[in-house]
Design a protein around this ligand. Structure first.
Ligand code: G3H
Ligand code: ZN
Length: 267
């Protein structure tokens, strides 16, 4: 069932896996369904353009869910939407959640645009994620995060806490995370979830993170598997076979990340 992020988060913490093409979408849905884990499918504006547009992405997800008999809860979420109009287009296309990323704006403009997105999204029961600070850059203070949540009424909040997108150097500010958790009562989102050990991810969950976003780790294992396959099979040219050689690696990594939602960390 396609639901908004709140419907999933009221039941459990969740992993957002980013999708980049049909294959990833199919395999992530299959693996999560097999493991009975609700999932958020995140899609960036670049991935949306790559796949054709918001309507194509929505119909792809909707079609796969029907054809594959997916019976977990699935949320289709715009990741890092930097444009109010793109957020609205995704909502119009049927997305059940959007992120407005106003990290490049002044705090006042970020609040203003996020509110506009939230007001529109509310008409369609679509959830909204906001962002304070810059992932991989300036960290906000905990009160600014709470103030942003109160003024925008977002359903979940991402804030810079020392993680990075991709595999750069990270330095998690645990005190900031604890203070935000104490002061803010909407679900907290971790961006830049790749390159973090499962024990640290579990610890982040124990400290109050509700949604973990993963993209680069999937890209890494997928491309590594395909590169290996092509190096060993120079005569294969069927795109289904070439892309299909990444299926097992991608599904294994999805399973590996979902493991974070179970069990306790060692730290
Ligand atoms: O918004 C998407 C995530 O923050 C993904 O970060 O590529 O480091 O996994 P990642
Ligand atoms: Zn992100």
């Amino acid at each position: 069932m396609l639901v908004n992020a709140k419907d999933i988060l009221k039941e459990s913490k969740v992993i957002q896996f980013n999708i980049n093409n049909l294959e990833w979408t199919k395999w992530i849905l299959e693996e999560c369904n097999y493991l009975h884990k609700n999932v958020i499918l995140g899609v960036s504006s670049k991935a949306i353009n790559y796949m054709g547009g918001p309507n194509t992405v929505f119909l792809l997800v909707e079609g796969l869910m029907k054809d594959l008999n997916i019976d977990i809860k699935v949320c289709l979420h715009l990741d890092h939407g930097k444009d109010v109009n793109l957020c609205k287009k995704c909502i119009d296309a049927g997305f059940t959640s959007v992120m407005f990323d106003g990290s490049s704006l002044s705090m006042d403009d970020n609040i203003k645009c996020t509110r506009e997105v939230k007001e529109y999204a509310s008409l369609f029961n679509v959830t909204v994620e906001g962002e304070v600070g810059v992932i991989g850059g300036a960290l906000p203070d905990a009160l600014a995060v709470n103030n942003f949540v109160l003024k925008t009424n977002v359903d979940m909040i991402a804030f810079a806490m020392g993680t990075v997108h991709g595999y750069g150097h990270m330095d998690i500010n645990w005190t900031l995370l604890d203070n935000v958790k104490k002061n803010t009562n909407v679900p907290l989102v971790l961006h830049g979830g790749s390159g973090i050990s499962n024990d640290t991810l579990k610890l982040l969950i124990n400290h109050g993170i509700d949604k973990i976003n993963i993209n680069t780790d999937l890209q890494f294992v997928f491309s590594k598997a395909i590169r290996r396959f092509l190096n060993m099979n120079s005569d294969v040219y069927d795109p289904r076979v070439i892309l299909g050689s990444g299926e097992l690696a991608l599904k294994n990594e999805v399973k590996n990340k979902l493991d974070v939602l179970d069990g306790r960390c060692l730290d």
